[in-house]
Design a protein around this ligand. Structure first.
Ligand SMILES: [Zn+2]
Length: 175
């Protein structure tokens, strides 16, 4: 049985009863607006992205805008990120979100001036750093969600030591 959760013309979630219950809990934390951003009212993480506890065993925390996209459109294809047209991290409005590659993500962030890290940090400018700060957030979120080191190394093409450092919050300063 497939159910739908809608807001006006927009389908917020589509799936079985379990998914819809989870989605209803998710969308109850959102401040809807007819023509502006829909702001996440739950907990956040820097630089203001919403995070959502999926509940259940090993559910973990996921980024709210990614979860919003998943509820409406299904799983995010491997190698893609969910980006904001509105450049407003806590926004989860579906038509403000779009799929892009990691390259798009970096270009988008750089165009919007979000990648200005102090030179002294081991951040984007450091030649040995292979992944972006956005990916760092994602890596940490995945780890919190129970992803294994092995899967993280594979996903981000990093060595185990590097993954462990990122998870512990070393070798980078926070944007
Ligand atoms: Zn927005």
């Amino acid at each position: 049985m497939v159910f739908r959760l809608v807001y006006g013309e927009m389908i917020l979630a589509e799936g079985d009863g379990g998914l819809i219950r989870q989605a209803a809990r998710f969308w109850s934390k959102v401040q809807f607006s007819p023509d502006g951003c829909w702001l996440w009212g739950g907990s956040t993480r820097p630089p203001g992205y919403g995070q959502f506890g999926r509940g259940g065993a090993g559910g973990g925390m996921v980024l709210a805008h990614r979860q919003a996209y998943i509820f409406a459109h299904g799983p995010i294809p491997a190698g893609f990120c969910v980006l904001h047209r509105c450049d407003n991290p806590p926004c989860v409005r579906l038509d403000h979100l779009f799929l892009g590659t990691r390259g798009d993500n970096m270009r988008d962030a750089s165009r919007k001036g979000r990648l200005n890290y102090p030179r002294a940090c081991f951040g984007e400018a450091h030649p040995r750093t292979k992944i972006s700060s956005i990916q760092v957030e994602e890596l940490r979120a995945l780890r919190k969600g129970g992803a294994t080191y092995k899967s993280l190394c594979h996903r981000f093409s990093l060595g185990k030591t590097q993954v462990a450092r990122i998870v512990r919050g070393e070798s980078r300063c926070r944007g």
